[in-house]
Write a protein that binds this ligand. Structure first.
Ligand code: IMP
Length: 429
């Protein structure tokens, strides 16, 4: 295990698989050392469960660091904000005694997801021959509107008349598109519905880039939290089975409005095995029996949609690719304990595609669909790891497994999670 990281003032946490790597837990552990926590992309498609006393709350948009009192939590310009859902989460937290309202800021440059984006998302999936398996949260249509220069930003909504005008035009556009998709244009909703909670935005709107730059200049520590994972990145993932934003570490600078030179370290989060929800290839997928077994052991069901996640062996081809694309300075491995009972484990170290050996993650999803993993087999440890708090507490075979992940992933392991509780973690050497 490498030196204790992150040591810099600005750290990015990024998922290195298909999302659901357990970033929320890693952020939760690291947030204690941070002053500011900011999300840089995605929207209500993300989901992580937080524990407030006896209650389990699923947060989709409020950053995971919110449960640490005193921390400033920000949503950058790269995020697409579902205003209703966001305030619903804040109100839900307040009812349970977590008053986050005064600590949360949203970039005035962030785009907004309206009910008509959700209607378009659902209609496009229903009409598609090749379905992506989206979360139905309007993410794709909101980012399409952004790059199509039809989007509506938080800044627009701060002026009621301007906001109503832009939303009205968005609804007209959506109605036309819904008709083309064979869907009911009335599902686009009304301007009034879309702007129902817009009056609450002035209290939270801010210049996120400026806040972060000032925090860094004052010697504070900033955590930039990614959603989804590298293989779902719109440029670097398994296109077209991806989300519509840059989930990778490069997206962090763009998505909060700071320069890349401000970033000191990048921690990539990998689950000790692989999961995927939604459509698209998963080369190292388990056979049916093992798939169900690990899904039960690891509670692998989507936090946003409840869909069962497909499960597979650790894919080191993807891990090495993610390491390069994100410029990882450290790796956090989660859910090691889920593998505690297995007699042996496999790691995919290469692919065979049409008979040829490949060590690089292919760009073409059709090739990836034909990829047959080349596996290395390691002995299991068959003893509980949930009480381990140092690497030396782990069984030797578990350490060997982690060591192999570190070698193949090309960055030192800086954290290992061995259970759902905040305390169930191994940090540093
Ligand atoms: P969208 O982001 O809703 O457009 O969905 C596009 C793809 O990303 C689908 O395969 C989703 O299942 C997947 N996806 C989106 N958000 C998450 C997430 O937070 N975890 C895992 N998969 C996600």
């Amino acid at each position: 295990m490498g030196a204790r990281a992150p040591s810099g003032a600005c750290t990015v946490i990024v998922g290195c698989q298909w999302g659901d790597e357990g970033k929320g837990k890693v952020v939760d552990v690291l947030a204690g050392d941070m002053d500011v926590i900011a999300r840089y992309q995605g929207g209500a498609n993300a989901g992580h469960t937080v524990h407030v006393g006896e209650h389990h709350i699923v947060l989709h948009q409020v950053p995971s660091g919110v449960l640490h009192p005193e921390k400033r939590c920000l949503l950058g310009n790269g995020v697409v904000l579902d205003v209703d859902q966001f305030f619903g989460e804040l109100d839900g937290l307040a009812e349970r005694g977590v008053d986050a309202g005064g600590r949360i800021g949203i970039s005035t440059r962030a785009h907004v997801v309206f009910p008509y984006h959700k209607a378009l998302d659902v209609a496009a999936e229903a009409a598609a021959r090749r379905k992506i398996g989206t979360t139905g949260r309007g993410i794709g249509p909101a980012y399409e509107a952004k790059t199509g220069r039809r989007g509506v930003r938080i800044a627009d909504l701060l002026d009621r008349a301007r906001g109503a005008d832009r939303v009205g035009r968005g609804i007209e556009w959506a109605r036309e598109r819904l008709r083309q998709l064979g869907a009911d244009p009335d599902t686009a909703g009304t301007v009034e519905d879309s702007l129902a909670l817009a009056h609450r935005l002035p209290a939270v709107a801010t210049d996120v880039g400026d806040e972060i730059a000032r925090a860094l200049a004052a010697g504070k520590r900033v955590l930039l939290e990614g959603a989804q994972g590298t293989a779902l990145d719109v440029d670097h993932g398994t296109y077209p089975y991806v989300t519509s934003s840059n989930t990778t570490a490069g997206g962090a600078a763009v998505g909060v409005g700071i320069g890349p030179t401000a970033i000191d370290s990048v921690v990539g989060v990998v689950k000790a095995y692989t999961t995927r929800v939604g459509n698209g290839p998963l080369p190292s997928a388990f056979d049916a029996g093992m798939d169900e077994h690990i899904r039960e052991l690891g509670a692998e069901f989507g936090a946003t949609t409840g869909r069962p996640r497909r499960c597979g062996w650790f894919d080191a081809v993807l891990a090495a690719y993610s390491s390069r694309v994100n410029g990882l300075t450290g790796i956090a491995v989660t859910k090691l304990d889920v593998l505690d009972t297995l007699p042996e484990l496999k790691i995919a170290t290469g692919y065979r595609i049409d008979g040829d050996a490949h060590s690089l993650f292919p760009a073409c999803v059709r090739e990836l669909e034909r990829a047959e993993p080349v596996y290395e087999t390691l002995p299991g440890w068959q003893s509980p790891t949930t009480e381990a708090r140092a690497m030396s507490d782990l069984p030797p075979n578990a350490r060997a497994y982690l060591h192999r992940i570190e070698e193949l992933g090309g960055a030192p392991i800086v954290m290992v999670s061995v259970g759902t509780r905040r305390s169930q973690v191994i940090r540093g050497r």
